[in-house]
Ligand binder design. Structure first.
Ligand code: MRU
Length: 364
């Protein structure tokens, strides 16, 4: 997607094809800054501090983290240490594990002299595959928006989304936002309700920034407004991303997703989840077995924003001395999900539904 007319991806290589660069997502929307990743540790820290975030983007960054580690030391010990270090960065998004397994398979049985080249080749392919997957998710999801528009006789379609499942959460296009970009580009009249997504405000800061840059009409709402809007017929459908989906269709996504799904269910509003196959954890049947990340208290007790002078400041919003808990994700049971939108098509959120799209996973 474009930033100020220039095409960007969330992560890329430049020059010799070995230097890795990311968009520093912690600086958005106040500043657009790119950042080099020069070492394994820089890649791991970028994931931990959420300079890169979003399940597919985390996976892509981890893949390049393995490349950077091997470029310094291509021994078995260095490879295993890199896989372990990156694997500890964030617990919920299963794309991280998937990408590390892909990288291990690409280099483990090779002679040391071939490892760096093989690693960069696989990391680059992971990124290219993700772009194509997201484009396909967009094309399938577009049919849902078109159906909603037809139902309203061509009237405005109001879509609610939570967190950021856009192009910077992936490599390009996004998952939940890809259908919205395509719908807008096709001339459909859409408007997006953007949940602010406390505590880190991925909605207000990132989704709104992405949609605004692409010219998609949107309004930021507080996280608790969705139910009210649904009660008043102001939401035609919800579409969100996911960090890990079980083989039975339970969905872990940013904290607050479950409450939106409950409200959607109560109000008869379709609730869709968009995901690439890399976000499916075929080893799990029970969503409550998904590890839920708990992050620092300070993300809850403080807010960062730009003041009237344009200076970015962090201020405390909580009562002095109060403790906080910061659960990063929650689990929406499959029964509350209308359908899953994948690169292979749209299916019910169930094991049978997923296996109808991915029959090769029937045995595990
Ligand atoms: O904590 P984050 O910002 O990494 O959480 C991201 C989300 O919850 C996204 O909705 C999810 O990763 C899907 S991104 C295509």
């Amino acid at each position: 997607m474009k930033v100020d007319g220039i095409p960007y991806r969330s992560i890329w290589t430049e020059g010799d094809g070995r230097s890795v660069r990311i968009i520093d997502q912690t600086k958005l929307p106040h500043a657009f800054e790119t950042l080099p990743l020069r070492t394994l540790e820089e890649a791991a820290r970028a994931i931990e501090t959420m300079q890169v975030r979003g399940a597919p983007c985390i996976g892509a960054t981890a893949a390049y983290g393995v490349c950077l580690a091997l470029a310094e030391d291509s021994s078995d010990e260095a490879l295993e240490a890199a896989l372990a270090r990156l694997g500890r960065t964030r617990p919920t998004a299963v794309n991280l594990r998937w990408a590390l397994e892909e990288m291990a398979a690409a280099v483990r049985n090779r002679p040391r002299a071939e490892r760096v080249e093989a690693a960069y080749a696989r990391a680059g392919a992971i990124c290219e595959e993700d772009v194509e997957i997201c484009r396909r998710i967009g094309a399938h999801g577009l049919t849902l928006i078109e159906a909603a528009a037809a139902k309203k006789g061509g009237g405005r379609v109001n879509v609610l989304t939570h967190c950021n499942a856009g192009w910077i959460a992936c490599v390009d296009w996004g998952t939940a936002l890809a259908p919205l970009y395509l719908a807008h580009d096709k001339g459909l009249d859409i408007h997006v309700w953007v949940d602010e997504t406390r505590p880190r405000n991925q909605g207000a800061a990132l989704t709104a920034w992405e949609l605004g840059a692409h010219g998609v009409p949107h309004s930021i709402i507080v996280d608790n407004a969705g139910g009210h809007l649904m009660q008043h017929g102001e939401v035609d459908l919800c579409i969100v991303g996911t960090d890990r989906t079980t083989r039975t269709g339970d969905v872990a996504n940013k904290i607050g997703t479950y409450l939106k799904a409950l409200a959607a269910h109560d109000n008869g509003v379709p609730f869709y989840v968009a995901l690439p196959h890399t976000t499916i954890d075929w080893t799990l049947r029970d969503g409550f077995a998904i590890p839920i990340e708990e992050r620092a208290e300070a993300e809850v007790t403080a807010l960062t924003g730009r003041d009237a002078d344009g200076v970015v400041r962090t201020v405390t919003v909580s009562a002095p001395g109060s403790r906080a808990r910061n659960f990063g994700f929650d689990v929406t049971p499959a029964r509350l999900v209308t359908a899953l939108v994948t690169e292979r098509g749209i299916a019910p959120a169930s094991e049978a539904g997923l296996l109808s799209l991915y029959p090769e996973r029937a045995d595990g």
